[in-house]
Design a protein around this ligand. Structure first.
Ligand code: PLP
Ligand code: ZN
Length: 442
């Protein structure tokens, strides 16, 4: 199934295919079907997967949307290991953890402590190869942190739009001098709106990073599954992850599909167990009501509920649930399940994980642990089943023991959200100052 080989593929390495009409297009940082379909574009790779002698996620370069030698270098990479502590606690014989954060003792070197850093690495590389425009990223905090860190190491500029209250999450271990930060009064959905208006106002200079439509993000998050299969030598029967948008879960499904197609055995597809944090859990609600669409009721009182969330990085009002290739479809295809986790359940799962595995984890990752606990209690998982638990973030305490971090909010480029035209004018000034040539870092 898997080969090791030398030279890079030069031409026609991948195309993007519309899941709705099947149209294949070359990648010009294309995030939507040119015919206007709402379904996702998926990358189709012409080569088989071989393990490359490249750092970090580029080990799986064959199935990442890049045709050049990676210029965005990073050691960030999942660390898959077989659990002992939590496995004993839950009486599971084959529980594997994909740890995505900072834990050098396990070989995990994600310095921004979440898997969002993989998305940033693959996205900057994709942008470098396919567009001269500057990326604009809307974020609840963790995504902006990932993009800021990678921008600091590769030198490509990025505009990060975040809710004001997320500023405390914006730190990096390197001085991020190519980041322009826009702090928005309001919450994550407001940041998404402002980011979109910036791109609309100045489309020749800025390009929306694309969120769940960005194939680089999905394929990079799917590396979690690729790394796990290489480590475990089998496919997991069950896969657990906390979801806000579901981008990561879709990415895992897509990479699993590629691997299974290669071995012509689709029966091995893992069951997806996806978890949301109950104060605000639109996909969980829709799924439990057996609906293929999210309705306004599912997102009622969003502002209040999002404020109550323990894992508010999971707040997303418009996740890719109903569209072609989206979360509803992948849950159906894998006989998947959704879990609604209360703040208390998440907190106690977090405490348990830290005490038995010996590392601190992100509140969102704790939501996934709580879902696994529920599934075991309900008898959904058998003792000998192979389980992959995605710890999507962690190691903050561990990082603080050995690294100095700097807060992005201390940068003088911080801008208050005023009129869009004003923001764009200021952004242009900032970017001119940081990048006299005014392009995407080439
Ligand atoms: C963003 C995030 C998630 C959820 O990922 P989605 O792709 O939005 O579903 C889970 N865990 C952590 C730590 C995150 O930062
Ligand atoms: Zn189409």
């Amino acid at each position: 199934m898997l080969r090791s080989s030398g030279g890079m593929v030069e031409m026609g390495k991948y195309v993007l295919r519309c899941l709705e009409c099947g149209l294949r297009v070359a990648d010009a940082y294309t995030n939507k079907c040119p015919r206007g379909h709402d379904g996702l574009l998926r990358s189709e790779y012409s080569c088989e997967l071989s393990v490359r002698k490249l750092g970090g996620i580029w080990k799986f370069w064959d199935w990442l949307p890049s045709t050049e030698k990676p210029f965005v270098n990073s050691d960030a990479m999942p660390a898959t290991y077989k659990s002992e502590g939590l496995a004993r606690e839950l009486r599971l014989r084959n529980l594997y953890v994909s740890f995505n954060g900072f834990w050098p003792e396990r070989g995990a070197f994600v310095e921004t402590c979440t898997f969002k850093e993989y998305e940033a690495i693959a996205t900057f590389q994709r942008a470098y190869e396919t567009t001269s425009r500057i990326l604009v990223v809307a974020s609840a905090g963790n995504t902006a942190r990932g993009f800021a860190q990678v921008s600091a190491s590769c030198g490509m500029p990025v505009v990060c739009v975040v809710p004001e209250k997320a500023l405390r999450r914006l730190w990096a271990t390197k001085e991020p001098s190519h980041v322009v930060l826009v702090a928005v009064k309001g919450d994550y959905p407001d940041a998404i709106r402002v980011a979109a208006s910036i791109c609309d106002a100045c489309p020749h200079l800025f390009v929306s990073e694309g969120g769940f439509r960005n194939v680089a993000r999905r394929d990079a998050l799917g590396v979690v599954l690729l790394d796990a299969v290489f480590r475990m030598h089998v496919f997991p029967t069950h896969y657990f992850q906390a979801v806000g948008s579901g981008t990561g879960a879709i990415g895992v499904f897509e990479q699993a599909t590629r691997l299974l197609n290669e071995s012509k055995n689709m029966r091995g597809m893992p069951r997806l167990h996806l978890a949301q944090n109950l104060p605000f859990a639109p996909m969980f609600r829709a799924w439990k009501a057996r609906r293929s669409k999210i309705i306004p009721e599912d997102t009622a009182d969003a502002e209040i509920r999002i404020r109550q969330m323990y894992a508010d990085v999971l707040s997303n009002k418009n996740p890719p649930y109903a569209l072609k290739g989206g979360v509803y479809e992948i849950l159906r295809a894998t006989h998947g399940e959704m879990y609604g986790i209360t703040n208390e359940e998440a907190k106690s799962a977090q405490k348990l994980f830290e005490s038995v595995e010996g590392i601190d984890i992100d509140p969102a990752a704790a939501v996934a642990v709580a879902a696994l606990i529920q599934a075991v209690e309900r008898g959904v998982i058998r003792k000998e089943d192979t389980v992959l638990l995605n710890i999507s973030g962690g190691g903050y305490k561990r990082l603080n023991e050995s690294h100095l971090t700097c807060l992005l909010s201390k940068m003088d480029a911080t801008i208050r959200a005023l009129e869009i035209e004003e923001i764009v004018k200021e952004l242009q000034e900032c970017i001119k100052a940081a990048h006299p040539t005014g392009n995407g870092g080439r």
